[in-house]
Design a protein around this ligand. Structure first.
Ligand code: NAD
Length: 230
């Protein structure tokens, strides 16, 4: 039996981070740039130029816009080898009052957008015979969230999306994974009542809130040669 050997990337890789204009996406993009990769950041408005990054404007919920943005990035930096599908929105509200519009918008951006980006990225990855896809999910996708049926469903959907991608593309050395940050990555802990904060901290195995850098470190690992079998 022949055991397939991982197709080792030649550095620098082309990395595309969606929702890379600010927040978690921005920190992830900075991290890949610090590693020496060729980084493109995609956001609704082209993000302010930063380091050597390529900045593109696109709406991930629109497949034509996604395809055009990938064309633009790949014309300059070559095929996207690492996709970080991170763009996401929240439109919270209790289910009984949630509008079709708010449910649909969150599904279109968070799940639809991830699918459109992964589908387009797979073209180049298949030619390269290697690739890494990391979706930014959420703990809310795993545990549910009060007032978040749309957000939770969209993030849970990413797990199915990633697992199915691995079934289809795993044999081509393309991996797909989901990171699931908690609310800890925002300023939210500071806005919680002290007693609620204490309850959350008690429930966290580490008993402290994680940081955006913790998320970026996990993403970096999932895109590294050491994570070829994950
Ligand atoms: P953020 O709002 O600070 O940044 C999200 C970025 O995505 C923004 O720059 C926004 O313009 C962009 N974006 C939104 N819709 C888009 C679209 N249609 N097309 C292209 N870009 C679009 O959010 P964040 O806190 O950095 O979160 C990033 C990701 O992490 C999201 O998917 C979010 O659901 C997830 N997440 C965040 C937290 C947290 O604590 N911040 C926790 C769990 C999961």
């Amino acid at each position: 039996m022949t055991i397939p050997t991982p197709n080792v990337p030649e550095s620098p890789r082309t990395v595309l981070v969606t929702g890379g204009g600010r927040g978690i996406g921005r920190v992830i993009a900075d991290r890949f740039e610090a590693l020496g990769d060729k980084v493109a950041v995609l956001d609704l408005e082209p993000p302010e130029p930063h380091g050597h990054m390529l900045s593109v404007g696109a709406d991930v919920s629109d497949p034509d816009s996604v395809n055009a943005a990938f064309d633009q990035v790949e014309a300059v930096l070559g095929p996207v080898e690492v996709l970080i599908a991170n763009a996401g929105i929240i439109r919270d509200g209790l289910m009984i009052r949630m509008s079709d519009k708010d449910f649909g918008a969150v599904m279109r951006v968070n799940l639809g957008g991830a699918f459109y980006c992964a589908r387009r990225a797979a073209r180049g990855m298949l030619k390269l015979k290697r690739g890494r896809i990391v979706f930014t999910g959420s703990v809310v996708g795993l545990y549910g969230g009060n007032g978040q049926v749309n957000y939770s469903s969209s993030k849970a959907g990413l797990v199915g999306l990633a697992r199915s991608i691995t079934r289809e593309l795993g044999s081509r050395h393309i991996t797909a994974n989901v990171v699931a940050p908690g609310f800890s990555q925002t300023k939210m802990p500071e806005t919680l009542k002290p007693e609620t904060q204490a309850q959350y901290l008690e429930a966290l195995p580490a008993h402290y809130f994680g940081t955006v850098e913790d998320v970026a470190a996990a993403v970096e690992f999932l895109a590294s040669p050491g994570a070829a079998y994950i």
